[in-house]
Design a protein around this ligand. Structure first.
Ligand SMILES: Cc1cc2nc3c(=O)[nH]c(=O)nc-3n(C[C@H](O)[C@H](O)[C@H](O)COP(=O)(O)OP(=O)(O)OC[C@H]3O[C@@H](n4cnc5c(N)ncnc54)[C@H](O)[C@@H]3O)c2cc1C
Length: 292
């Protein structure tokens, strides 16, 4: 493994300075479950590795009914998964943080790392996008908030500049009568990455008509991708088996999968249909809405 300098700032300002002084050749380190191996195999060759775990703001995990959920970028997946307010309000976040990798990976790996990897297979990303999450990004030119949906540029690539980093993820408070879910397919029980996955959020009116819906696909395009045509099928409708089936059929319009060792493109397309139906049915089930 190539040598690099290691720094562990204890403030956001300290991290900004470390990035600013690295001439664009630094990488943020959180749990290191991906980054260390990526440096070992030469995918990244940073001069400086900047440890984010000692920065207090990146370790915030808090929920308020009026402002929603804040997850610091260095917060471990296990902490998120076990937080009572996440369990009570955000099943779509609780579920994937409980099955990324293994217990060891969940204890070590972070939300910021799962996003920062830029992998189309990142399991926390689709449900967070479906829940309209935003990210706070900072760097030498200041701080800004952006929809999470907009920061993926391609496999392994974010729109962030090399001297910028993620501070936190914010998820809006759940609307009354809302639910969320994430479902993925892997050929093994665990320790594998998604062949395909679907994150869904849903809000229904009294009587069960769908007021708002988010449907986002994992591992079937160069980035996580919103299935807007499928959302259009469901929004404003009373959920029926036919509407759910149609949503699955239309979800594939957003998918442009590759064939690889995990599955062919054709197989992934079929998975998108099935997983979309299942995720929608699960959201409806959480709300006691019958899908007839
Ligand atoms: C055996 C194994 C199984 C796995 N299984 C899964 C799985 O099932 N599902 C899944 O989604 N992933 C899986 N992963 C991938 C990985 O564990 C997760 O993506 C994890 O969340 C990464 O978090 P980390 O804190 O370890 O990231 P790190 O390795 O520290 O960083 C990952 C990337 O994010 C960047 N980064 C970290 N923090 C920031 C920040 N604050 N701002 C900007 N960029 C940042 C780093 O520079 C790096 O490029 C697996 C990995 C292994 C080794």
């Amino acid at each position: 493994m190539r040598d690099f300098e290691y720094v562990a700032p204890t403030s956001i300002d300290g991290a900004v300075q470390a990035f600013a002084g690295a001439n664009g050749n630094a990488r943020a380190l959180a749990g290191g479950t991906d980054l260390i191996d990526q440096i070992r195999v030469g995918r990244w060759t940073p001069e400086i590795v900047i440890d984010m775990k000692r920065i207090p703001e990146l370790n915030i995990l808090e929920y308020s009914a009026s402002t929603g959920l804040r997850i610091g970028a260095a917060v471990s997946l296990a902490r998120v998964h076990n937080h009572p307010d996440v369990v009570a309000n955000y099943p779509g976040v609780e579920i994937p943080t409980g099955f990324v990798g293994s217990v060891q990976i969940q204890n070590r790996g972070s939300i910021g790392g799962n996003i920062g990897n830029g992998a189309p297979s990142g399991d926390t990303i689709s449900p967070l996008i479906a829940l309209n999450a935003t990210v706070t990004i900072t760097g030498p030119r200041g701080q800004r908030e952006e929809p999470l949906e907009g920061i993926f540029a391609g496999p392994g690539q974010l729109t962030l500049q090399p001297d910028e980093f993620l501070v936190e993820v914010k998820v809006p408070p759940p609307a009354p009568r809302s639910s969320s879910h994430y479902v993925r397919f892997i050929p093994r029980a665990e320790m594998d990455i998604a062949v395909a996955g679907v994150g869904v959020s849903m809000t229904v009116a009294d009587g069960g008509r769908v007021e708002e819906v988010g449907i986002v696909l994992t591992s079937v395009a160069p980035t996580p991708v919103r299935a807007t045509a499928a959302e259009g099928v469901v929004r404003g409708q009373q959920l029926t088996r036919d509407i759910v089936r149609q949503a699955g059929e239309r979800a594939i319009e957003a998918a442009s999968p590759i064939s690889d060792v995990r599955g062919s493109a054709e197989y992934r397309i079929e998975l998108v249909k099935v997983l979309t139906r299942r995720a929608l049915a699960s959201c409806a089930g959480q709300l006691g809405v019958q899908v007839d």
